[in-house]
Design a protein. Structure first.
Length: 265
């Protein structure tokens, strides 16, 4: 897990395999290590060099508590690619990571070979706005929910009914989620302030790399209709919807996700 000085910060990343390079970009509040559970082994076995990034805001990368933008995060990936001597690469991102991949593909089209945007949305629905504001208020007030309740609410927002009502699977998830950090630290709190991009349609129109937008059918945070909207803004983008998966679809249905990734890349 090297930590290197790029783009004015100390940036942590995880580097695996050889072959065509692929950057894996995680969502808000999560470490790039999450990709190592399922996606890194599959992509390395398919002949890729896989670089999973700890976004600014996620230790040991600098927390940058004074403010974080998608442009900052995309510039970090660009600077890391330069540091590693990579002049062409693919991008796979989920949630906030998809926003980063989208921004970089639009601003640096000559560098990006292919793009996969998972669980992406270009705008918020009223429910998202209220929930996001509540999350910020909880953090700012330093409130900690009862751990088991926090685990249950996180599961309900991020998992599919297929998982939630499977007694064995949901218990495994609840046991893991119970130990999630709360309230969020200063780096994640800075990530929480990243809002919608009013210039998204114009940005999407500048993407020239082949793009796969992958939505998860039971995703409440980035529902499929919002992912389809993003796909419609990107010239020639392919849209796929994976059933029986929520916002954590890459963890709920890793075999199906990995098959789509390896075939597309």
């Amino acid at each position: 897990m090297p930590v290197v000085p790029v783009n004015g910060i100390q940036l942590s990343y995880h580097d695996h395999g050889t072959g065509d390079p692929v950057f894996l970009l995680m969502g808000m509040g999560s470490s790039g290590r999450v990709w190592q559970i399922h996606q890194v082994p599959a992509l390395v076995a398919a002949g890729h060099r896989v670089i999973a990034v700890d976004n600014r805001g996620i230790a040991p990368t600098d927390l940058c508590a004074d403010g974080i933008t998608v442009a900052d995060l995309a510039a970090d990936v660009r600077a890391l690619a330069r540091h590693l001597g990579l002049d062409r690469f693919s991008l796979v991102g989920t949630s906030l990571g998809a926003r980063i991949a989208l921004h970089l593909a639009a601003e640096e089209p000559a560098l990006v070979r292919k793009v996969v945007l998972m669980a992406v949305r270009g705008r918020s629905e009223p429910l998202h706005e209220v929930f996001d504001e509540g999350e910020r208020q909880l953090t700012d007030q330093g409130l900690r929910l009862p751990p088991r309740y926090h685990a249950a609410t996180t599961a309900m927002w991020n998992l599919s009914p297929r998982t939630l009502f499977d007694p064995v699977k949901v218990q495994e998830w609840l046991d893991v989620l119970e130990f999630g950090d709360q309230p969020a630290g200063p780096g994640v709190r800075a990530q929480m302030d990243i809002g919608d991009d009013p210039g998204l349609p114009a940005r999407c129109a500048r993407i020239t790399a082949p793009t796969l937008v992958l939505a998860f059918a039971d995703d409440l945070i980035a529902p499929p209709h919002l992912g389809r909207e993003v796909a419609g803004m990107i010239p020639g983008a392919r849209f796929d919807e994976l059933p029986d998966a929520g916002h954590f679809g890459y963890l709920e249905r890793p075999e199906a996700v990995n098959k789509l990734l390896t075939e597309f890349l």
